[in-house]
Design a protein around this ligand. Structure first.
Ligand SMILES: [Zn+2]
Length: 192
């Protein structure tokens, strides 16, 4: 039976891009049902960007697909990064030195899938249609901050105010790590 996979991927670099904490998340669904999801942190500081994070999400997701998809299956690879999607479809060239090796890995995985007889297509969606991957990526960032003891500031409830981003507007603010139980927020100081 033909299986239709959907791979949703997302990456972020917070609280600064470039040079922040690069985190990723992806969800793999088959015939409309979640099969698995994963999230993590690529690294922190030098060399970290949104695009590095996006590519890590894509590569890890494609690896999961490669382990499962068989001849005749289809894969829709879905992301909210126009740059990554357009690079993968060949519409944009890859110029950034940090992206070239990541792009090569992603392209190799895509070609391996196609070589197996799996139909792979790439699709851009607005961020609000990529909410699961976006939330996974952000959760990885939050867990990392808490694990590393990055106490951006303490919240009155005993939680931590950590950088967050409104997924619809992109507006940055500090929100409590105990959200939604605690809804306290504070303005984001970095206006750059
Ligand atoms: Zn709180």
């Amino acid at each position: 039976m033909t299986r239709h996979y959907a791979l949703f991927f997302d990456g972020a670099c917070e609280p600064r891009n470039p040079g922040g904490i690069a985190s990723y998340g992806f969800q793999l669904a088959v015939n409309g049902k979640e099969l698995l999801s994963n999230k993590g942190v690529v690294g922190e500081g030098h060399g970290m960007t949104n695009n590095v994070a996006e590519y890590h999400a894509l590569i890890q997701g494609l690896n999961c697909v490669k382990q499962r998809a068989e001849k005749g299956d289809t894969v829709a690879v879905i992301g909210d990064s126009q740059l990554v999607i357009r690079q993968m479809t060949g519409a944009y060239k890859v110029r950034s030195q940090s992206i070239i090796p990541l792009f090569a890995r992603a392209k190799k995985l895509r070609n391996q899938l196609r070589g197996k007889g799996v139909r792979v297509r790439f699709k851009w969606v607005p961020r609000d249609e990529n909410a699961v991957a976006d939330a996974l990526s952000h959760a990885a960032f939050e867990e990392y901050c808490i694990e590393k003891g990055y106490l951006f500031s303490a919240c009155e409830c005993g939680g931590t105010l950590i950088p967050r981003k409104n997924t619809k507007t992109g507006h940055k603010f500090f929100g409590c790590s105990r959200f939604p139980e605690c809804r306290r927020t504070a303005p984001f100081p970095d206006k750059s």
